[in-house]
Design a protein around this ligand. Structure first.
Ligand code: GDP
Length: 304
């Protein structure tokens, strides 16, 4: 992830080494290379335009510095602006002051929601929380079973409608909104302090999916709605993110499959186009392949 972007930027900055003062032509050439590198990494065009305009303005206006040569100054500017585009400060999870914290997961089918439910559950358990996963994806055959397997692997219990069972919380009608609501009631009664609600995705954005996600959100009033997005989907990331933002007004983003050869465009575009923070990164299929997202560290990694 980010490898080719990282290589391109490093090569660009190499050309600035040993230069005294940067001429406008030097800055122009550098900014042109940065633009090309970002576009090749699948960063959304408006984001690239704004990013390069800011870098150019700052590079031209940079004070002569004792400590940094002009090339280093440009690197510093790009680093700071990358950090801005990635969200600035680390955004930590919002926990409810009373009652269970409700975290709802939304995103396209295959984005990595179910896998994330396990990872998030494990991560919260390691921090001393007592989470429960709720299987509100009743659309896809086997989704409930898949969540149960994920929960077992993560050591986190799963609340699911079991056909034919007799518990007061069971839901024979298979209504995902009711399952979500019952899951939260179950958590409250059993003193689980975090409820992670897995929801159905579709292969593409459609109104029925959005309506269902919104109904679930309205029913459980989540503290966080996390939009899970596959970092590999490139330019499509922007439209998908916008649609989910309008549909469910998510509070944070989780980038999944950052272990793949994603070029990084999604990471650099989603925050900019939705204004919502990237909170976590999923980096593999294992339950521990998961980390909190730190914009400053990610920016430094890109420029490493
Ligand atoms: P959902 O439909 O959104 O619930 O997506 P799933 O959690 O079922 O994930 C879809 C596929 O992507 C599964 O095969 C997962 O093992 C895989 N997957 C999920 N997250 C990651 C990740 O971070 N890295 C990789 N390499 N694979 C992932």
């Amino acid at each position: 992830m980010f490898n080719s972007l990282s290589d391109r930027l490093t090569a660009t900055f190499k050309n600035l080494r040993g230069k005294g003062r940067l001429s406008e032509a030097d800055v122009d050439a550098t900014v042109r290379e940065i633009r090309r590198a970002l576009l090749e990494a699948d960063v959304a065009v408006p984001v690239v335009r704004e990013f390069t305009a800011i870098v150019k303005e700052r590079a031209l206006g940079a004070e002569v510095s004792e400590a940094l040569n002009p090339g280093q100054q440009v690197v510093k500017i790009v680093n700071e602006e990358l950090q801005n585009v990635l969200g600035g400060e680390t955004r930590r999870i919002n926990l409810a002051k009373t009652g269970p914290t409700v975290i709802m997961l939304a995103g396209l089918q295959g984005a990595g929601k179910t896998t994330l439910a396990g990872k998030l559950g494990k991560w919260l358990t390691d921090q001393g929380h007592k989470p429960v996963l709720v299987a509100s994806d009743l659309q896809r055959p086997n989704a409930v079973t898949q969540l149960q397997v994920v929960g077992q692997r993560a050591g986190v219990p799963v609340f699911a409608p079991e056909p034919g069972a007799t518990s007061e919380f069971d839901d024979p009608t298979g209504d995902p909104v009711k399952v979500a609501r019952d899951g939260v009631d179950f958590a409250r009664s059993k003193l689980y302090d975090v409820v992670i609600v897995d929801t159905a995705g579709r292969l593409g954005i459609d109104q029925a999916l959005m309506n269902q996600a919104r109904d679930i959100r309205d029913a459980v009033d989540p503290d966080e709605v996390l939009f899970v997005i596959d970092a590999m989907i490139g330019q499509d990331a922007v439209n998908t993110a916008k649609a989910f933002d309008e549909g469910v007004d998510f509070t944070g983003v989780v980038l999944s499959k950052l272990d793949g050869d994603a070029r990084g465009g999604a990471a650099l575009s989603v925050r900019a186009v939705t204004g919502k923070p990237i909170m976590f990164a999923s980096t593999g299929e294992g339950v521990r392949d998961f980390e909190q997202f730190h914009p400053d560290r990610m920016a430094s990694r890109i420029l490493d």
